[in-house]
Design a protein around this ligand. Structure first.
Ligand SMILES: Cc1cc2nc3c(=O)[nH]c(=O)nc-3n(C[C@H](O)[C@H](O)[C@H](O)COP(=O)(O)OP(=O)(O)OC[C@H]3O[C@@H](n4cnc5c(N)ncnc54)[C@H](O)[C@@H]3O)c2cc1C
Length: 105
């Protein structure tokens, strides 16, 4: 079931066992892990089904130091998240991706 919270009254409660914030690659992947289980899962997505300027504006930021526009231009606040900007490359993880890196706690 998909509901638009803009149509809900303030103070409306939604009951679930698991609450996932964000319907991007990570959020939807995690939610799918619960398919066929007894858990009731709610995904709260900040954007709509189409890009909306008001919602996207929340990603605006000021970067100090090295230039890095992707911090706001390269993130989509919409259902599907940043995957909506993809060309569609899906690369396999390699052993290196799972190696311990001493500089990462
Ligand atoms: C141009 C471009 C092309 C890319 N191409 C590829 C590719 O081909 N292959 C690849 O593997 N990767 C690609 N990537 C990287 C990939 O898109 C990201 O790594 C991936 O989308 C990150 O997934 P995520 O779920 O962590 O974040 P996102 O996909 O950004 O999703 C986060 C979601 O959370 C929502 N959200 C955020 N804050 C809140 C909040 N407070 N409340 C409610 N909702 C919230 C956002 O609206 C968004 O929907 C590309 C990135 C860019 C910018």
């Amino acid at each position: 079931m998909i509901e638009d919270f803009n149509k809900f009254n303030d103070g409306t409660s939604v009951m679930a066992d698991v609450c996932i914030i964000g319907a991007g690659a990570a959020g939807i992947t995690i939610a799918r892990e619960f398919l066929g289980t007894h858990y009731k899962v709610v995904i709260l997505e900040g954007g709509g089904f189409d890009p909306e300027a008001d919602s996207q504006k929340l990603f605006e930021s000021e970067v100090v130091g090295l230039p890095h526009n992707s911090i706001h231009d390269g993130r989509a606040r919409v259902f599907g998240g940043t995957t909506t900007l993809w060309g569609g490359q899906a690369v396999r993880l390699e052993d290196f991706d799972f190696k311990v890196r001493i500089w990462i706690p």
